[in-house]
Ligand binder design. Structure first.
Ligand code: FES
Length: 74
């Protein structure tokens, strides 16, 4: 993946947990690495199969999804 670009993923319907702590070895998904940090993953209900853009830069105001804020990174 290129730096400062969202993860573009085709998600199936269901519950998905995205990493919020930055420590997951399976980004953008939670792998449990947050345990002990006081943080919790983003729990997202996907109602129908669709493409999503998950933030990788940490600047989005609409976490866990990309809002274009990565474009401000030079
Ligand atoms: S990757 Fe787009 S706002 Fe973070």
């Amino acid at each position: 993946m290129e730096p400062n670009r969202p993860y573009i993923i085709r998600e199936q319907a269901g519950t998905t947990y995205y990493c919020a702590c930055g420590k997951s070895q399976n980004k953008p998904y939670c792998d449990g690495a947050h345990k002990g940090s006081g943080l919790r993953p983003y729990k997202v209900e996907i109602e129908v199969e669709k493409n999503v853009a998950v933030c990788s830069c940490g600047l989005s105001a609409k976490m866990p999804f990309c809002d274009g804020a990565h474009k401000s990174i030079v």
